[in-house]
Design a protein around this ligand. Sequence first.
Ligand code: ATP
Length: 302
Amino acid sequence: MSENGDFIIKINDISKDYGKFRALESMSFTVPRGSIYGLVGRNGAGKTTIMRIISGLQSPTKGTVEYGFDNKKLGNVGALVELPSIYSNYSAKDNLIFQYINLGLKIDGSLDENLRFVGLGNTGSKRAGKFSLGMRQRLGIAMAMCGNPEVLILDEPINGLDPQGIIQIRDLLIKLNKEKGITIIISSHILSELSKLATDFAFIEAGKVIKEIKAEELENVGGLVTEFYTGTPEQLIPVLNAKGLKATFDPESRVVTAKGYYNLTNIVTAASEAGVNIARVVTRETDLETYFVKLVGGESNA
Ligand code: ATP
């Protein structure tokens, strides 16, 4: 445990220069143990660079990475940071055998179990070159999983996948996190997808972390918010609550605010039956992407 809680990785003030170009600028963030930590940012923001540094594939110009586990043990950091290095002429099982040999692992029943876990248990002698992109990504994840890593680092694993492939990867990552307790650091520019699985987020822009936020806090940022204007706000609140909406009343503005989605006709009818007249309704919707664009103060290409 550290003074900041149980972290698995802590990025301390990291900068990275490529010649005169500064790709990362005093970047700091903390990945809690057991989390699915999402790195969100536009192309070129610095996600791949920091993931390569965490994986030990690159050194920072300045700053340190602190590991809350033995990062020197081979296979303890599972990474899929570029395209997975898969031998196209070999089957999924052969590829895993090579990986076991690379890591000096004993080839035992865990190999088939790894294949089954990622949903490639039935691919037999089919060559990996004939796999769909989603299958290749899942094979890459199985390879990164061979050393039973403490942390799995995945750079844009859903990039280019079809909707079904995206769901399969998402479900697999949630299963790895929940059943095997693996901390996952994942980057994506598809914000809405990341928001379906990440427990924590770091928003990255121009080599800096501009915001770290927990999923619960994001829930309060996103979604539909409605302001109800009525002469009898105290009576409206129980009507909204009965419809499953969380409502609050601001005595100063005399506006009732509710969060969540609803059927307006049902609300107006229920209010009317309770003797409440709704004079006006104002809605606004904020999603993760809008939030991010506001944070960086411009248009997002995400
Ligand atoms: P993408 O999703 O496009 O890869 P990213 O957020 O992962 O975006 P990085 O790949 O980390 O971004 O790149 C961060 C910045 O560093 C970019 O401006 C990129 O052009 C630059 N960069 C990355 N690698 C190198 C390199 N080897 N030499 C010079 N510049 C580099």
